[in-house]
Design a binder for this molecule. Structure first.
Ligand SMILES: [Zn+2]
Length: 293
């Protein structure tokens, strides 16, 4: 912050010098020649006015979205509901981010066992002008040996597995009333509509992928599970967000070992620590880039 302000002051100082030079020049040049300076001065004024906005663009508001809730339990194995695990992880992650980054405001899409439509989750993030959207989920697979974490950004899926994950997560809209009104005729049972959805260009893809990659690295360190990597697919919950957004599949409830981890306080603690430290690193990296600019 201090550094950014210094840059602005430096620029204003230069502009001041330019203006005083202009004044001095009026004494030696005629008015017609001074007119040539006017566009240059205007450009400098615009640059100086724009710089504070650029340097002050920091990570201030984060929306944390606990997947599913209420009448939508998400995936369910051996008495463990995805909606309960995601809520625990979301709340713990928010608390840890708050400890690491006290200046950042955390907003949750839900703090209790409540059903929230997918489009409402994006609306919450857009209305509060969040700088980051993190959606937390648990995975499932017919093969109970499949285990590990994967973090998604919005984009074209390159493997059938990714399509399966997005189809399962997007299927939640079938529990919504009037879903046809909100998702432009999107059919959650059709693979073709998922392909169209994933083609939507995400202006924040680069930043979303950077955060996703940190999350996968840090989760790997915390829980010593296989990272299945950073992936892309079309998710309705990320579709309309206007900020960098990721969807984290924190582990497979269909896998015994992952499930045992996800249902314990120790597991929730490690996963939330991994996500929170990734957000702190992402914030630091983003701000160092802004200062360099
Ligand atoms: Zn889910």
């Amino acid at each position: 912050m201090a550094k950014s302000l210094q840059i602005v002051f430096d620029e204003l100082h230069i502009l001041n010098k330019m203006l005083s030079m202009g004044t001095k020049l009026t004494k030696v040049l005629n008015f017609t020649k001074l007119e040539n300076f006017v566009p240059l001065i205007l450009v400098l004024v615009i640059i100086c006015a724009a710089k504070p906005a650029l340097h002050n663009k920091q990570l201030k508001i984060i929306v944390i979205d606990a997947g599913h809730g209420g009448k939508d339990p998400g995936c369910k194995y051996d008495g463990v509901n995805e909606k309960d695990v995601t809520l625990q992880i979301a709340l713990a992650t928010g608390k840890k981010i708050q400890e690491l980054l006290p200046d950042v405001k955390i907003i949750y899409t839900r703090t209790s066992d409540k059903f929230i439509e997918l489009h409402q989750r994006a609306d919450i993030a857009n209305k509060c002008e969040a700088d980051l959207f993190i959606s937390i989920h648990c995975n499932a697979n017919k093969n109970s040996n499949v285990a590990g974490t994967e973090t998604f950004a919005m984009g074209l899926h390159k493997a059938e597995d990714n399509l399966d994950v997005s189809m399962r997560e997007n299927g939640a809209i079938l529990l919504e009333n009037n879903y046809h009104d909100y998702y432009e005729g999107f059919d959650p049972n059709s693979p073709e509509t998922h392909i169209i959805l994933s083609l939507y260009q995400n202006a924040y893809l680069d930043k979303s992928l950077k955060l996703a990659s940190r999350i996968e690295q840090n989760l790997g360190k915390q829980i010593e599970r296989t990272s299945r990597g950073v992936k892309q697919a079309g998710f309705l919950v990320l579709w309309q967000t206007k900020m960098p957004s990721v969807l984290i599949e924190t582990g497979f409830l269909s896998n015994k070992s992952d499930r045992e981890l996800l249902k314990t306080d120790a597991g929730v603690d490690k996963i939330s620590t991994g996500i929170a430290s990734s957000v702190a690193e992402y914030k630091r990296q983003g701000e160092s880039t802004l200062v360099k600019n």
